[in-house]
Design a protein around this ligand. Sequence first.
Ligand SMILES: Nc1nc2c(c(=O)[nH]1)N(C=O)[C@@H](CNc1ccc(C(=O)N[C@@H](CCC(=O)O)C(=O)O)cc1)CN2
Ligand SMILES: Nc1ncnc2c1ncn2[C@@H]1O[C@H](COP(=O)(O)OP(=O)(O)OP(=O)(O)O)[C@@H](O)[C@H]1O
Length: 202
Amino acid sequence: MDADRFDKPALRRELRRKRRALSDAQQQTAAISLCQRLKRLPELQRARRVSLYLPVSGEIDPTPLLPWFEKRRVAVYLPVLRPLSDNSLWFVRFDVDTPMVENRFGIREPCTRFAAQRGNRLPAWALDTLIVPLVGFDARANRMGMGGGFYDRTLAFMKGNGPKPRLIGVAHACQQVSELPVEPWDIPLDMVVSDRTCWPRR
Ligand SMILES: Nc1nc2c(c(=O)[nH]1)N(C=O)[C@@H](CNc1ccc(C(=O)N[C@@H](CCC(=O)O)C(=O)O)cc1)CN2
Ligand SMILES: Nc1ncnc2c1ncn2[C@@H]1O[C@H](COP(=O)(O)OP(=O)(O)OP(=O)(O)O)[C@@H](O)[C@H]1O
């Protein structure tokens, strides 16, 4: 679709409003259903190092996976806003002992001092699988995020040669739209998983 004729900010507002409107009960059911689907994916069963996110403002909650990861000794990483950089992310080790703060968007993340220690983080290419938060998606697994370009910038290396992690976008089923524009800087997902369906890229 022609990106210029597409009101992305309006669509983003609408989809964010939709997910915020879900009740606590709907959120809980959706999270369990999403995580059941995710646990069946070879991309996650094989993974030893994964990233996920702590949900805000109605995002679908991937954290029911945490006990499953712990049992399997999978190392879990969270996105952290990289200090002094233009909208890119670090992936920082997350467990019960990780010191946390709220970032400027009100999202909890490992604190900067902890994140600044190299041993506590990984470059995105060294992760096996990233669970990527979405605001919107379509049936071709095209994605739209919060609009900061954080994931696209951090994953720009995926256009080159070298190791590539698997990218699994997750969202509520109600965040699906019929078609999204593909921007030149968009990094394609391998699939989108919702509480209802799994959409491989095609
Ligand atoms: N849970 C979660 N963590 C995440 C992301 C995410 O989408 N979800 N991100 C994925 O990129 C990064 C943060 N990106 C974000 C980009 C924009 C806004 C945001 O709320 N913008 C406000 C306006 C700006 C402001 O408040 O200063 C808005 O749109 O209303 C939040 C997070 C890293 N961590
Ligand atoms: N690799 C990149 N290098 C420089 N700028 C980029 C890159 N990727 C995205 N951007 C910029 O980021 C801004 C936001 O992009 P877009 O609207 O596609 O965000 P999004 O995909 O919704 O966000 P996110 O990646 O955080 O989920 C755009 O203005 C775009 O120019």
